[in-house]
Design a protein around this ligand. Structure first.
Ligand code: NAD
Ligand code: DAO
Ligand code: ZN
Length: 368
């Protein structure tokens, strides 16, 4: 079949909206009509050429929601008509990682997903017979896409696609980092570095679990009103204080219980670790730094009881946890609507990247 898609033909080039050939689902695979997709910082990171795994031509996008159209042989957990959210972190429920209680990093299809192909080693997308790569196993910048069954969370039918697509990455990553990875306790003091699409969800997660003080750190003060609405109690403009770490330690009387780096900058990763309280403070890296970059600190920071951790997809096991997060949204326990600042049709998708780079959007959502 043909599908309309935004194709990344090369690094740092605008996406091109073209008709692409899409092969039907093979064994264990599912054809999905994507109804809406968010545009995440990670799509921009890959498009920039800084992503060591980034390869072109490819169909980017990993934050979608849609409807199952067709299933390949052997598929049993979804059927045509089901509403689904694609998972860039799949959940096979059988591999050593899925069976280990401490990780969500299912490895069942890791190698082929990293190469931009389906588990059988080939792509379902092509133009004039030339393969176009998949991206993060999702490729939600295509109106129709094919995914492995283990990379789909089946969700309730009454949830709006244009909002729950954001649960496919940003919402789950931010809230999950707090609730699943770091298990932040009520009454905790939390610092959030970067008040973008991820950081604001860390803030709402911290408020949800009952954190007492939630300090946002950013260099763009226009982020403050929304961050306050989501639960930020204090704001630090990193450009207006002499030393961010000293400032946070003074503000909290010794340092924070938990910090989250939601920028992807190795300098702020160090600040986030070092503003943690001596003896027990824990810092979680969420941001993805550019290829080849390294983090550093004095080892004595760790000797004296601070811990450095990290998370992918908020530690969520997608097929199990994503449907629950959709329920939280439908029950009014989490706010997604106010974080979706812009919507647009597929042929205007490059505007979403411009708005992101200008710091004008939190989340842009493409509606098919
Ligand atoms: P974003 O661009 O929306 O937000 C980044 C924020 O950081 C902005 O508000 C910006 O003003 C602020 N900032 C930039 N430099 C700063 C500095 N030096 N000090 C303080 N603030 C600064 O990005 P996002 O969509 O929220 O994504 C954040 C990061 O999370 C990215 O690196 C993205 O790739 C990564 N990410 C990770 C995962 C994961 O599973 N680990 C999932 C999704 C996204
Ligand atoms: O190596 O098993 C693995 C999984 C690696 C991919 C994890 C992706 C998380 C960070 C990328 C940002 C997601 C939008
Ligand atoms: Zn697995």
């Amino acid at each position: 079949m043909k599908t309309r898609a935004a194709v990344a033909f090369g690094a740092a080039k605008p996406l091109e909206i073209v008709d692409v050939d899409l092969e039907g689902p093979k064994a264990g695979e599912v054809l999905v009509e994507i109804m809406a997709t968010g545009v995440c910082h990670t799509d921009a990171f890959t498009l920039s050429g800084d992503d060591p795994e980034g390869a072109f031509p490819a169909i980017l996008g990993h934050e979608g929601a849609g409807v199952v159209v067709d299933i390949g042989p052997g598929v049993s957990s979804v059927k045509p008509g089901d509403h689904v959210i694609p998972l860039y972190t799949p959940e096979c429920r059988q591999c050593d990682f899925c069976l280990h209680p401490k990780t969500n990093l299912c490895q069942a299809i890791r190698e082929t997903q990293g190469r931009g192909v389906m588990p059988d080693g080939s792509s379902r997308f092509s133009i004039d017979g030339e393969p176009i790569l998949h991206y993060m196993g999702c490729s939600t910048f295509s109106n129709y896409t094919v995914l492995p069954e283990i990379a789909l969370a089946k969700v309730r039918d009454d949830a709006p696609f244009d909002k729950i697509c954001y649960i496919g990455c940003g919402v789950t990553t931010g809230i999950g980092a707090v609730a699943f990875t770091m298990k932040v306790e009520p009454g905790s003091t939390v610092a959030v570095f970067g008040l973008g699409g991820i950081g604001l969800n860390v803030i709402q997660g911290a408020k949800m679990v009952g954190a007492a003080k939630i300090i946002g750190v950013d260099i763009n003060p226009s982020k403050v009103p929304l961050a306050k609405q989501f639960g930020m109690t204090d704001f630090v403009n990193a450009n207006e204080v002499e030393d961010v770490v000293d400032h946070l330690i003074q503000l909290t009387g010794g340092g924070v219980d938990y910090s989250f780096e939601c920028i992807g900058n190795v300098t702020t990763m160090r600040q986030a670790l070092e503003c943690c309280h001596k003896g027990w403070g824990e810092s979680c890296i969420i941001g993805v730094a550019g290829a080849g970059q390294e983090i550093s600190t004095r080892p004595f920071q760790l000797v004296t009881g601070r811990s450095w951790r990290g998370t992918a997809f908020g530690g969520a096991r997608g097929r199990t946890d994503v449907p629950k997060i959709v329920d939280w949204y439908m029950e009014g326990r989490i706010n997604i609507d106010d974080l979706i600042t812009h919507t647009m049709p597929l042929d205007k998708i490059n505007n979403a990247f411009d708005l992101m780079h200008q710091g004008k959007s939190i989340r842009s959502v493409v509606l098919y």
